[in-house]
Design a protein around this ligand. Sequence first.
Ligand SMILES: NC(=O)c1ccc[n+]([C@@H]2O[C@H](COP(=O)([O-])OP(=O)(O)OC[C@H]3O[C@@H](n4cnc5c(N)ncnc54)[C@H](O)[C@@H]3O)[C@@H](O)[C@H]2O)c1
Length: 329
Amino acid sequence: MGRLRAGLCWLENCMFWMNECVDLIPFLGGVMTSGQMTCVPRKSLNSCTDLFAIEKEKDKTNPWKRMKAMKHIIVTGAANGLGRYLATDLLTRGYRVTFADADRAALQKLPSLIPDTKNAHFQYCDISSEDSVKKLFEDAISADPEGGLWGLVNNAGIAAAFLDPSNPAATMDELPSSAFMSYVNTNLVGTYMCSRYAVPYLRKSEGCVVNIASTRAWMSEPNCEGYAASKGGVVALTHAMAVSLGPNVRVNSVSPGWIDVRHLQTDTKGEEQEELRKEDHEQHPAGRVGMPEDLARVVRMLVEDVGGFITGQDFVVDGGMTKKMIYKE
Ligand SMILES: NC(=O)c1ccc[n+]([C@@H]2O[C@H](COP(=O)([O-])OP(=O)(O)OC[C@H]3O[C@@H](n4cnc5c(N)ncnc54)[C@H](O)[C@@H]3O)[C@@H](O)[C@H]2O)c1
């Protein structure tokens, strides 16, 4: 009997580590994180069976955990760029996805660019307006057959980094304060407001939030105060929410470096795009500029319930750029 128990325990251990390895494949495949990956101290569990028991119990009581097909995820800023890729990726992997964006023209065109729209909902939302955010949640939740929500990917934002995108040399003392505030109002306050309206549904589903921050939360070029401060705020908001909303809701952020999304601008009609230069790629320790799939791997991992132990973290996906010293010779 003792041997049988030991054998079963060994088998469960093997299955557990196989499962863990599958979760880590995104990281091993892309080599795109720059060292801020969370280490899960599984060995501190009392016995190798504890985690299975906890997870099995949770799965029994939580319908959202049983069926991926029931999981509804709202992705903001989903009409173009990274958000469009992330939302389409989740859709094609069996989630129900609300594509939310303030770009009406791109939203209208979007259904024709997506392979299967059966589980997709398209919704106008300006995340800097509370009325618009409230309406997004009312409409998206009532359009969902289960009337629920599993995840929120806060991706929408003003992505141009300079205080004056048309004049990168313009400094903070030359520009009105509104240049700064528009970043904070959209990128930070918008992320907060979307999360605030998602929370009641996420508590019920024991779901998650993934915020898209930026490596500019951690480092800067001149004249990017608004963008940097807003993204630094998103990283801080992430750990604040994780602490407030745990243990039911997990909240993490991803900080992308340079990700080439030019081919994902929905309104661009086959415009010629300049090839990226050799040095654009080579300056990255990983040897290349990032691709949306590099981000999608990490977002997928965070959206899946991987034991529910990763929360409050920021994952840098930048090909190692933030770990590189750039002092001139
Ligand atoms: N691409 C990169 O290299 C990179 C790097 C770091 C961080 N990011 C972040 O990733 C996210 C997506 O960036 P992207 O490069 O795909 O940019 P993008 O401009 O291609 O896409 C941003 C989307 O957000 C939408 N949006 C803007 N303001 C909005 C608002 N008020 N309400 C609702 N939607 C709004 C836009 O319409 C657009 O569809 C942004 O948060 C950006 O800061 C991108």
